[in-house]
Design a protein around this ligand. Structure first.
Ligand code: DQA
Length: 153
């Protein structure tokens, strides 16, 4: 079981940025906790963060071409308007896709309630802080995906 975690713009500022909204743990602590959570369950995880839309699109494609079973994505503010990220998520079939948002995007400023990716992911977790990532991993693992065959890609 291989899971890719893709974090978008400003998530590298976790612990610094609006701690009352996003929490006090740092991005490094988040990645450490995800690594340990996966290691304890025998899951291979790759975590990437980018502040650039195109790099996030590339990371989504990579999840497909490298045979990942699951993709967890927090696209940050791109959630609200990036049709390029939406198209990339829609394009990759066979990879389970979960969006995670630390905050409840539906209970904040009105622009955050616009979500252009919700209907192209398999599951959506909002407002649970970093627990959302662990819930997403558990959900993907519960689907007991078989190894993806990428030989024809
Ligand atoms: C976020 C919510 C977005 O609206 C915001 O732009 C982020 C983080 C979240 O995790 O709650 O960068 O995706």
């Amino acid at each position: 079981m291989k899971i890719k975690v893709v974090n978008g713009p400003n998530l590298n500022l976790l612990g610094i940025r609006k701690p009352e909204v996003y929490g006090t743990i740092t991005y490094q602590e988040l990645t450490n906790q995800i690594q340990s959570f996966c290691a304890e369950r025998g899951i291979t995880v790759e975590i990437v963060q980018s502040n650039h839309e195109g790099s996030i699109v590339d990371a989504i494609h990579d999840a497909y071409f490298k045979g990942f079973n699951g993709l967890i994505i927090n696209p940050g503010a791109y959630t609200h308007y990036s049709y390029a990220i939406r198209d990339a998520l829609e394009a990759i079939e066979g990879v389970l896709k979960v969006e995670v948002h630390l905050s409840n995007i539906y209970a904040r400023e009105s622009f955050r309630a616009i979500n252009v990716i919700r209907d192209v992911v398999d599951w959506s977790i909002v407002g649970k802080g970093i627990e959302g990532y662990f819930e997403a991993i558990t959900w993907i693992a519960s689907k007991k995906c078989r190894q993806r065959d990428t030989s024809s890609l």
